[in-house]
Design a protein around this ligand. Sequence first.
Ligand SMILES: [Zn+2]
Length: 264
Amino acid sequence: MAEKKNNAPAAKKKPTAADLKAAAAQLEEKETGVKKNTAILRVIAFVLWALAAVAMYLPQIGDTNWPFGAVRMLFMNATVECIVDLIVAGVLCVVAARLWVKANHIHPTKLHNPVLQFIWNQLGVLMAGVIFAPLAIILIQKNEKIDPKLKKIVAAVLAVVFLAAAAGSADYHPTTQDAVDQVLEQTEDFGIHSDSTVYVTKYGYKHHYYEDCQALKNSNTVQAVTLQEAVEGHHSDVCSFCATRAAKDAGVTESVEEALQPAA
Ligand SMILES: [Zn+2]
C-alpha cells in the first residue's frame, strides 16, 4: 500500500516564493480585516508613467520653454537636456514598474489567459517600450534638422536607457491569483490569526512570523506585537523568508529551498 502511495500522480506545480507571499498577504487580509491598498500603488504607477511620457514628449507650451521633452530638446540641439530627460524618463519608468509589481505580489492578476497574464505582469516592460519607441522611430527616419553626431549620441543613450528601464521593470517572480488560490486551497490557514504574535523592527517595514528569522539576526530593535498591530502600523508587508517557512510548516511545500526556486 505504501508503495502505491509513492506512485500517486505528481503533485501540482510547486508554489513559488511569490505565490506563497501573496497567499500569506491575502490570509492576513482575511484575518485582520485590513485590506492592503494596492489600487493606490497602481494609480501612482500610471501617474509616473504619464510623467515619463512628459519627460520624453512635452511640446512647447506658450512662450515658456520648459527643459522637458527629450524630443523637442533633440530638435533644438540641446544635447545635455535631451540626455537628462531620457534618464529621468527611464528612472520614472522603473519606479512605476516596481510599484506595479509590488501591487501584483499582494493582489495578483485574476486573468486566466496566459498571454494576458504575461501582459499584466510585465506591463512595466511594455510601458517602457511604448514610452521610448516614438523617439527610436524619429531617430531612424531621415531628418536634416538634427545634427548627425547628436543623433548618434542620443541613439546610444536611448538604447542604454531603454535596456536598463526594461531590465529594472520586469517581474522576475510573476504570480497569478490562480497560483495563489492553489496555495490557499492546500492549506486553510498558515496558522495566521489577527492576534498572533509577530515580530517587527523599529526601522523595517515588514513583519516576521518567526523571532529567529534570518532577516532579524542583526537587529537589536525587535519587538513582539500582534499581527493586527503590525499591519495597522507601518509593518504591513510580510517577510518572504517567514512566509515561505510558514508555508513549509503548514505542509504546503516540502522544503524552503524548493519553495524559493523560481517556477520553471
Ligand atoms: Zn522574517
